[in-house]
Ligand binder design. Structure first.
Ligand code: 13P
Length: 282
């Protein structure tokens, strides 16, 4: 079966010390590019959709064009909702056919985050949908969630223990110093904290803010237990730059299919490079 939730693919990655790439796709072209890249490498993949993207298309419309891609894929594909802060919208995507969701209550007090995450887990489990949760504050902009530098807060191990135990989530994203978007200053990652959390975590860990991390950082974090690595900004850049490069190279070309074919290859290259790296093929 090609359409799966995150459980089996992340548990396998955790056990074998590699990571699955989770790529934020924005439309049919980027989804198809990502799945083709995974198929050519024979690796499982997670397609992620931000809430903003899902709202731009509509839940049913988006599932309408994604479902044939994931159903026909030659590798395992999970379709995951990224950073949903809205309980009702998260449930609507579960009903709409997503195989996995992230409920992001990280900006709430711990008790409220736990309560809402538990509600999502209780709703998702009977439908065989996996749930990712987050603690701490990941700096930067993802979707419509802004976290300023000064608001940065690493996840606290004692909170993580309570959160994991009480919620029963399937994947956990603790804030350890990585950021969404393009990194501006020095990247300071708390590797010890990541290691400590992984030692007691009942479920695989997720690394957010993948765009811009160095090979050495990825290697170290995957070695310490990152089983899912999120890449969003690099996909957006490849897509927009791909279109810009093509139109600059061919100013008189008016065939949208040629523009799409070129842009798709640019997106595919980014996905291929990351999957190769995360699955330790390089
Ligand atoms: P980047 O935009 O830095 O790649 O982060 C992606 C991410 O963590 C999405 O949740």
């Amino acid at each position: 079966m090609s359409y799966v939730n995150m459980e089996a693919i992340l548990e396998n990655a955790r056990k074998n010390h590699y990571a699955i790439g989770a790529f934020n796709i924005v439309n049919y072209l980027t989804a198809k590019a990502a799945v083709e890249a995974a198929e050519e490498l024979g690796q499982s993949i997670i397609l992620q959709t931000s809430v903003k993207t899902v709202k731009a298309f509509g839940i049913n419309e988006m599932m309408g064009f994604l479902k044939p891609i994931v159903d026909q894929a030659k590798v395992n594909v999970a379709l995951h909702l990224d950073h949903s802060t809205d309980v009702a919208f998260t449930k609507a995507c579960i009903d709409g056919g997503w195989s996995s969701v992230m409920y992001d209550g990280s900006q709430l007090p711990l008790e409220d985050n736990i309560r809402n995450t538990k509600e999502i887990v209780a709703y998702a489990k009977p439908k065989n949908v996996t749930v990712e949760g987050e603690l701490g504050a990941i700096v930067g902009v993802e979707d419509d969630i802004f976290v300023k530098e000064g608001d940065k807060a690493h996840a606290k191990p004692e909170d993580c223990r309570v959160y994991l135990e009480k919620t029963g989530i399937d994947a956990f994203a603790p804030a350890i110093g990585t950021a969404h978007g393009v990194y501006k200053g020095e990247i300071i990652i708390d590797y010890d904290l990541f290691d400590e959390i992984n030692q007691f975590s009942s479920c695989p860990l997720v690394l957010h803010g993948g765009t811009g991390l160095s090979d050495a950082m990825f290697h170290q974090l995957i070695a310490l237990g990152a089983s899912k690595v999120n890449i969003s900004t690099a996909i957006k850049i490849a897509y927009c730059q791909g279109m810009a490069i093509f139109t600059q190279m061919h100013p008189d070309q008016n065939d949208p299919l040629k523009l799409d074919a070129f842009t798709k290859e640019e997106v595919k290259k980014v996905v291929t490079n990351h999957i190769r790296f995360f699955s330790l093929m390089d």
